[in-house]
Each structure stands twice: as C-alpha cells, then as structure tokens.
Design a protein around this ligand. Structure first.
Ligand code: KIV
Ligand code: ZN
Length: 525
C-alpha cells in the first residue's frame, strides 16, 4: 500500500506575501477554488493578523472552500490567534498554524527571548488555540539553524499542549538534502509524543534545493510537505508543489508513496497563479514551463514520434496541458464553445460565459482559428477580473520615429458616462496610459510591463501583464488581443479596475463597520 504524503499548499500565504506576488480578493478566491479542485489536503489561506484585508480574504476563502482543511497563520500571540479564529469561523475544517522562531539568531535579535521563554510561549499559545480549534499546527521558524535537541523539546511541548502537526522549516533555504534528511530522522526519533503526530517540512529555495530537501525529508519520515504553485514565495521561493507531486507520482515505484493531488489540474492551477500574480514562468521550469515538453533536437523528436517513452517520463496530458489543437472558428456556436470549455476542465458562471463567448466571437473574426490556449486565456482573464469601473470603448495612437507619440482614448464609466482624452507620451504605450490616468484621475506607478505571445506565430494574440501601485497598494492586470497595443490598454485598464474596486470595497467596508462580505469568485466547477 502506498503511503499518503500530505500536501499543505501555502500559495495564498507564503506565496502571496512575496514581493510582486500579491493578488486581489477575486484572484485569491479563484486560486482557492483551483487548489480545492487540485486536491490539496491543506490550504493555507493567509495570515489574518497581518492586515484587515488578509483577515477578510481568509474569511472569504474559509466560507467558500469545503473539500480541504483551511489554515490561517498566527504568531504565537493571543491577538494573532484571535484573528485566525475570527477569520476561520466559517471553515468546515479549520486549522490554526502557529509559528515561533527557535534559532539562536532569531531568539536573540528578533524575539529578544530566552530559549526558556520560547519553550513556554510555544506551549501556552498552542494551549490557547486548542480552546477553540482542534487542529493546531506548530512551526519552529528557522528550525534548520536551531539546536536540534531544542527543536525536539519545543515540538514535544507543543504536542503535549495539543498540536497535531509540528512543522520543521528551513526558513532561509540553507540545508543540503542529505543533511536535511538526517535532521528530520533525528527529530522524528527524538521528539516526545511524535508517534501520534504528524511531522511536516517547509523548505525555501535560496540554494535551489527546496524540492530536493523536501524529498529527502519524505524519505526520512516526514508526513507533510509545505509548498506553493510555481514555487512562488519569499526571496527565491518555496518548494514547488508541481515538482514535488510529480516527482512522487512519476517515481511511485521508488517512494512507495503518493498524494491525493489530481495531477491533470496542475497546469490550469499553474497558469492561474501566474496570471493572478503577474509572475511569468521561466520557459524551462520543470513540469509547467513552456519548454517542459518541447523536444527540439531532431533525434529526440524522432524518438518521441516512434515511442513517446524514449524521451518523456510523463505525458503532457498527465498534468493537464491542453493540446494546442485548432478547435473552433467563427462559425462555432455557443454549445460547441461550452463543450470545449468542459473538455478543458473550465466552466464559468452565466455572466462570465456570456462575456467570454462574445470575446471569442470577436477573436474568431480577427483570427481564422482559435486554439485551446486562446480560449484558456480568455476564460482565465475574465474569471479573475474585477468588475469594470472603466470599460474600453475606442482608442487610437499616432507614433513614428521623428515625433513623439500621441494616444487618444474613450472610456465608458460604469454609470454610463463616456470620457475622451488625448495625451502625448514617450511612446504609444506611455501616451495612452497617460490619457487613461487623466480620465480616471489617478497616477499610479507602473511597476511592471511585460508583453508576450500566447501561441507563437504572427497571428498569435499578444498577452500583456502590468503591475501598478498607488498609495501603498499593488494591483495586477492582464490583457489579451490580436493587437499588442490593445492588449496593453486592456491590461492597464484591468489593473485600474482592480484598484478602483478594492478602493471602493475598502470605503464601503469602513462605512459598514468592516462587515462587508466580499463577493464569491466567478469560475464555477
Ligand atoms: O519559512 C517559514 O519559516 C515560514 C513559517 C511561518 C512556517 O513560512
Ligand atoms: Zn516560509
């Protein structure tokens, strides 16, 4: 019988807290639904005490997700645990995840606490959380750089106080696989009460070893691995979920272990996280990178054509990569469109479907053939988009090598009013973005502007990602179009709409005394 490895996903907490990876509420809800469909055992939804926004998003996710444990992170402080309790009220299976550092450098300089105080606080905070939540996890932050016997003592105290899982993080990504494996074995063997509890690991990727260290831990008795989609996370990131899961799945023969993950959902989850965060993947990223299944060398292509297994250890289908088939054209009806979405594992609520179908028709008019990747881009874009405060009506640019560029744009406000403006700029994109800023009456900072092609070839759709910031907040936007300037405008407007929506929701929540409930996400499954 295969041993089950518990997958604890922290994309929405450790992943989302990394610079440049922030998501708005709508995006977090979509990611949460995807993670549930993927089959993660535990989903860490956020760190409720870190901000009112985080508390609200954990609360919304806890109310939405039914199929897995939803965890909220807390420092070992009563006020943090209270915030986690509040945020997890509606969760079917809540978990409070408490952390406290145990390494000499953290205890002395960050916490200014003695080892004795840390030991006492670990136990008392778990006892406090246990009063309302049965499922408590305790993490010894920076465990790998801590004295192993001290970690065993702290873990023993946390278990005695009622923790069900103890987590051993390599917070700064310092460990080497064989060394990490040996440490996990030691902790497992020397922690009192470990027999009935679960041992977890949480590895960071500073030396590019997060997945290897997690695997070494599994080989030495760890029961749970903490990871993120696409490996996003602090600094160099966390262990990547897709790499861990597929290593275990492809090498089941070696590990005699498996996970509950539906691997055919991996690709969609990866794309969604990339689009929601605006963080693109390197082409050669294992499992989900664009080149992960591309065979360039003639000898490899020949081998794969004759017998796939010559150069492929897993199939693209096994992780749910849609074949880039030409599926639909401008004569395809709504029924065929819906059937294709279902085949791709995507569906949307009626309103989103209406919107996406209209966009598909528009695209099919411009492009003779529409591929799976095009459809996926439309659905993902519409699902995670905030309601449109501003909608694009018309645009035009004038540019050349000798003179500066000018951009004219007409937008329609949600209340029906049209606004039109012309602006000069350093180039066509700059000119048109300036015109948009003038209309919306804000001048956000453009932190990132990236443009690429969805399928390759000159008839491909352009895909633009932007990140903007305004008064301490950050928002992502994404746009696709057969015209690269239009995709840029759409991306910028989608970021502006996310910003407007969040600012309006915050105002509304403040007016109602913070009791406003966020809307549910839009992709339906
Ligand atoms: O890296 C770390 O130590 C963490 C803990 C909060 C688990 O993220
Ligand atoms: Zn971490």
């Amino acid at each position: 019988m295969n041993r089950n490895v518990i997958i604890f996903d922290t994309t929405l907490r450790d992943g989302e807290q990394a610079p440049g990876c922030s998501m708005n509420l709508q995006e977090k809800l979509e990611v949460a639904k995807r993670l549930e469909k993927l089959g993660v055992d535990v989903m860490e939804a956020g760190f409720p005490a870190s901000s009112p926004g985080d508390l609200e998003s954990v609360r919304a996710i806890a109310g939405l997700v039914r199929g897995c444990v939803v965890a909220g992170l807390a420092r070992s402080l009563e006020k943090d645990i209270d915030a986690a309790r509040e945020a997890l009220t509606d969760a079917v299976s809540p978990r409070v995840h408490i952390f406290l550092a145990t390494s000499p450098v953290h205890m002395k300089y960050k916490l200014k606490m003695t080892p004795g105080q840390v030991l006492e606080q670990a136990a008392s905070s778990v006892r406090y959380a246990k009063k309302f939540c049965d499922d408590v996890e305790f993490s010894a932050e920076d465990a790998f750089r801590s004295d192993p016997d001290f970690v065993c003592k702290v873990f023993g105290a946390a278990l005695k106080a009622g923790a069900r899982t103890v987590n051993f993080p390599d917070t700064v990504g310092y460990a080497i696989p064989a060394e990490f494996g040996a440490r996990i074995k030691y902790v497992k063997e020397h922690t009192p009460r470990m027999e009935k509890a679960r041992l977890s690991v949480h590895c960071h990727n500073d030396l590019g070893l997060a997945v290897a260290n997690s695997i070494a831990a599994l080989e030495n008795g760890a029961d749970q691995v903490e990871c993120t989609i696409n490996g996003i996370g602090e600094r160099a990131g966390n262990a990547s979920l897709e790499e861990l899961v597929m290593a275990i799945r492809v090498r089941r023969d070696y590990f005699s272990a498996d996970t509950r993950i539906d691997s055919t959902q991996i690709y969609a989850a990866s794309r969604l996280v990339s689009q929601a965060t605006g963080v693109k993947l390197q082409p050669n990223k294992a499992i989900v990178g664009d080149n992960a299944f591309a065979h360039e060398a003639g000898i490899h292509q020949h081998g794969v054509m004759v017998k796939r297994e010559t150069y492929e250890i897993m199939s693209p289908e096994s992780i749910g990569i849609p074949q880039n088939r030409i599926v639909l054209g401008k004569h395809s009806g709504r029924h065929a469109f819906e059937v294709r979405l279902e085949e791709m594992g995507l569906s949307a609520d009626d309103e989103t479907l209406e919107l996406v179908f209209a966009q598909f028709k528009d695209l099919a008019d411009k492009k003779k053939t529409v591929s799976d990747r095009d459809i996926e881009a439309l659905v993902m874009g519409a699902a995670a988009a905030a309601p449109e405060t501003w909608k694009l009506d018309h645009w035009a640019v004038n540019t050349g090598s000798a003179l500066g560029a000018s951009g004219a744009i007409r937008l329609r406000h949600r209340d029906g009013e049209f606004k039109k403006l012309v602006s000069m700029g350093d180039g066509p994109v700059d000119a048109i973005f300036r015109a948009i800023n003038k209309i919306v009456g804000r001048e956000p900072e453009l932190e990132l502007y990236e443009i690429g092609a969805i399928t390759g070839g000159s008839s491909s759709q352009g895909e633009t990602m932007v990140k903007i910031s305004w008064e301490g907040g950050h928002w992502n936007g994404r746009g696709v179009s057969t015209d690269v300037l239009e995709s840029s405008i759409k991306a910028y407007l989608s970021a502006i709409n996310s910003m407007e929506w969040e600012l309006a929701s915050r105002k509304d929540a403040a007016r109602k005394g913070n009791t406003a409930r966020p809307p549910a996400g839009r992709i339906r499954r």
